[in-house]
Each structure stands twice: as structure tokens, then as C-alpha cells.
Design a protein around this ligand. Structure first.
Ligand code: FAD
Length: 325
């Protein structure tokens, strides 16, 4: 049916559907019901892996197109996702397309924008339907909320984590399989480097223990690791810590990092600059430890501890261990 709403999904490092993709699929299903439009999903992967991934996506959508792409093992996935989505969608000038606002999703959105000549609303935290997608998003570091829609009622929307809870449909959808045609992307992936085995990704974590310049160096992050481990959480960081090379960029929270929504965010030695705040202000509870009573983070933390993180964190870890014993 013309004007189908599409969800482009992706696999995580474990090969399974990401939580964000499940959320995007749930959002699209809800919008389709509100709009009276067909909804569908598309996922691209190697022939041996894509069927299982499509099956996971079909738990959320009535129709999923699995795009087999032999090049998926050696090509940037965003390029293949865009190519695969164009093939799966066919000619549908009124289609709207949704994907996660993570690096691959953003790249895919840019490629589809160029290919289709439509607009993109990025990082849309709340999406509803009124003759087309209507998106709310925070701008100027979250100081303002704007409401945007497409002039001609359709376009591309990227969605951050936590916009809607992922909820499977009452019954699983059907999966169609197609084979990607056309040349492989000109760029070849030479190497994929996985983060340390067992490291919890910040975008999926319920608890994030985040360190800033106050952590003082890479060795300082070891005590953050111990607290994250005690709480079953993940370690995040401010840009100052990432720029200093103390922790990888994949851990950066903020405007130019990741936007996270954990239940608890523990900011250690982080001042609370607006570019950091915009990435973590959606946390349910914010705890901050800082030696400076006037640090900006005091204004929006739910619990603000004036203290030295090198004293507070070991004491907290010891208390947690004592309670578990
Ligand atoms: C375009 C742009 C994009 C940006 N994007 C991001 C982004 O995505 N994410 C991000 O984080 N930043 C981002 N920034 C940078 C941002 O403006 C801040 O510079 C950065 O967040 C500061 O990091 P910080 O809080 O770790 O360091 P600082 O501001 O230097 O704060 C360190 C804090 O540690 C405290 N401290 C020191 N020692 C201790 C101790 N022993 N115990 C407890 N507390 C201690 C200090 O009192 C201080 O409050 C961006 C900036 C720009 C211009």
C-alpha cells in the first residue's frame, strides 16, 4: 500500500536485534495503527544470519523483508541498509522511514535522504501522527523542545533510545527474503574491533557509572569499573575523559556521544556541562559526586554528594559488598 511506514532494524554486536531497533519497530507499529497505514520492517545481513534477525524483528511487525547481502561481512552496514531498504520499499513516494539514532542509523538516514530527496528529522524523542510523522525533539542542549513535521507529510525520522518501550505484537509477522542486487559499497571494512568481552554497552545499561576529568587518568577508571561491576552496570564518560584518551569514544555520553536513559546515572568527577547534560538528563535518578559544591551538576542531580570520588567510590563498593555478604 502506498505510504507504508518502514522500520529499518540492525543487529547488535551479539548478532541479535538491538533494543533500539525493537523500540523503533514498536513505535512504527503504533504509528501505523494511528495512521491507518501499512507497516513493515527491513533488515540486512549475511545470508546465514539475516533470517534469524528478521525473525526477531517479525515479533514486532506484521511484515519484515530480510535482505540477504553477502557483502555484509565486509562492508559498512549503513551503506547496505540504505541499499537494501530502497530495494525492499520499491517505488513509494509517500513512504516514511524510521531508524535508531545511533551511528549506523544516522548514516543510513543520510544516504536515504540523498537517494530519495526527502527530509530527515533526527533524534526525535517523541513521535506521533497527524497526516504524517510529528516529532518532538530537544534543541540547544535540551533547553527548548521543538515540534516538527514534514511539509509533504513523509520523510525519514531517527529515534533515540527509550522513546517507547519495546513491546512485541500479539502475533508474529511474515518474513520475505530478497537478495541484495547492485554493487557492493566502495568502502571495505578491514577489521572489526570488539570491546572487552562482557563489557555492558551504555545504551542498554540500567545503571551507568560515568567518569569525567575528575577521574584523573585511565587508571582512575579502574575504581569506576569496580562500582559498575558491583551494581551490574556499565561505565560511561564525559567528553573530557574521552578526549584525554582515558576511555574509548563508544563510552561518551552527551551531545556528540550517546544519549542514554538508565534508571540510575552516577556522575563521578563530571561538572555537568550542558553538552553532557543533554546526553543523560533522561536518567530516572542522577547521582553526582563532586569536590566542588558549586559544580553545575548540583542543579539537576537528584542526589549530590560533595566529596572526593576516590574516597566515596571505594566506600560505596565496600558497603555494597558488605550488604551482599
Ligand atoms: C560542540 C561540543 C560538543 C560537546 N559534546 C560533549 C559530549 O558529548 N559529552 C560531554 O561530556 N561533553 C561534551 N562537550 C564538552 C563539554 O562542554 C565539557 O567540556 C565536558 O563535558 C567537561 O567534562 P568534565 O565534566 O569531565 O570535565 P570538567 O568540566 O573539567 O569537570 C571536572 C569535574 O570534576 C570535579 N572533580 C575533580 N576532582 C574530583 C574528585 N577527586 N572527586 C570528585 N570530583 C572531582 C571538578 O570539581 C569538576 O566539576 C562538548 C563541547 C562542545 C563545544
Amino acid at each position: 500500500m502506498p505510504g507504508t511506514l518502514w522500520a529499518i532494524a540492525e543487529a547488535g554486536p551479539d548478532g541479535h536485534l538491538t533494543k533500539l531497533s525493537a523500540e523503533v519497530a514498536t513505535l512504527v507499529r503504533g504509528l501505523g495503527a494511528a495512521a491507518g497505514r501499512d507497516v513493515a520492517g527491513v533488515v540486512v545481513g549475511t545470508p546465514d544470519a539475516v533470517a534469524a534477525l528478521a525473525g526477531e524483528l517479525a515479533a514486532y511487525l506484521p511484515r519484515v523483508v530480510a535482505v540477504e547481502a553477502a557483502a555484509a561481512a565486509t562492508s559498512p552496514i549503513a551503506a547496505l541498509a540504505a541499499q537494501g531498504a530502497l530495494q525492499a520499499m520499491g517505488a513509494d513516494p509517500n513512504a516514511s522511514i524510521f531508524m535508531g539514532n545511533f551511528p549506523d542509523g544516522r548514516d543510513t538516514a543520510g544516504l536515504l535522504m540523498a537517494a530519495l530527496g526527502v527530509g530527515v528529522i533526527s533524534n526525535a524523542g517523541g513521535v506521533t501522527w497527524n497526516s504524517g510523522p510529528v516529532a518532538e525533539k530537544g534543541v540547544f542542549g535540551g533547553r527548548l523542545v521543538t515540534t516538527s513535521s514534514f511539509a509533504d507529510g513523509h520523510g525519514i525520522v531517527t529515534v533515540p533510545l527509550g522513546s517507547v518501550p519495546a513491546e512485541a505484537a500479539a502475533s508474529a509477522g511474515v518474513v520475505e527474503t530478497i537478495v541484495l542486487v547492485g554493487a557492493a559499497p566502495a568502502v571495505t571494512v578491514l577489521e572489526r574491533v570488539s570491546e572487552a568481552a562482557g563489557a555492558v554497552q551504555i545504551e542498554e545499561a540500567k545503571v551507568i557509572v560515568s567518569g569525567g576529568r575528575g577521574v584523573g587518568g585511565p587508571e582512575g577508571f579502574a575504581i569506576l569499573d569496580s562500582l559498575a561491576e558491583a551494581l551490574g552496570g556499565a561505565v560511561g564518560a564525559s567528553r573530557a575523559a574521552v578526549d584525554a584518551g582515558w576511555i574509548p569514544y563508544s563510552r561518551q555520553v552527551g551531545q556528540t556521544g550517546k544519549i542514554v536513559k538508565p534508571e540510575v546515572y552516577i556522575a563521578l568527577g563530571i561538572s555537568g556541562a550542558v553538552q553532557h547534560k543533554v546526553g543523560m538528563q533522561g536518567a530516572h535518578t542522577i547521582v553526582a559526586v563532586n569536590t566542588d559544591p558549586d559544580a553545575p551538576i548540583a542543579e539537576f542531580a537528584d542526589l549530590f554528594v560533595i566529596g572526593n570520588l576516590f574516597e566515596v567510590v571505594p566506600a560505596l563498593v565496600a558497603e555494597l559488598a558488605a550488604r551482599k555478604a
